[in-house]
Ligand binder design. Sequence first.
Ligand SMILES: NC(=O)c1ccc[n+]([C@@H]2O[C@H](COP(=O)([O-])OP(=O)(O)OC[C@H]3O[C@@H](n4cnc5c(N)ncnc54)[C@H](O)[C@@H]3O)[C@@H](O)[C@H]2O)c1
Length: 66
Amino acid sequence: MITAIGTGATGFIGSNFVRLLFKETNVHVVIVDQLTYAGHPATLIDIQNDGRVTVLQEDITGEQTI
Ligand SMILES: NC(=O)c1ccc[n+]([C@@H]2O[C@H](COP(=O)([O-])OP(=O)(O)OC[C@H]3O[C@@H](n4cnc5c(N)ncnc54)[C@H](O)[C@@H]3O)[C@@H](O)[C@H]2O)c1
C-alpha cells in the first residue's frame, strides 16, 4: 500500500485533498498538522474511521513552541 504525507491536511485545502485521495485511490495518508486555529481533526470526521488516515500533531518547520 502507498502512504502519502499530507501536511496541513486538517485545514481547508488539505482535508479536501485527502477526501479526494480516498475517493480516487487506495493510499493511506499520514497527516502532519500543527493543529493551529485553522486546523482541527473534526474537519475529517467523515473519513476518520476509514482506517487509512493517521493524524500527527507536529510543526513541520521543526521549531519548538512553548
Ligand atoms: N469554506 C471555505 O470556502 C474556506 C474555508 C477556509 C479557508 N478557505 C480558503 O482556503 C485557503 C486556505 O486554505 P489552506 O488549507 O491553505 O489553509 P488553512 O489555514 O485552512 O489550513 C492550514 C493548515 O496548516 C496547518 N499548519 C499551519 N502551519 C503549520 C506548521 N508549521 N506545521 C504543521 N501544520 C501547520 C494548520 O494547522 C492548518 O490545519 C484560503 O484561500 C482561504 O480563504 C476557504
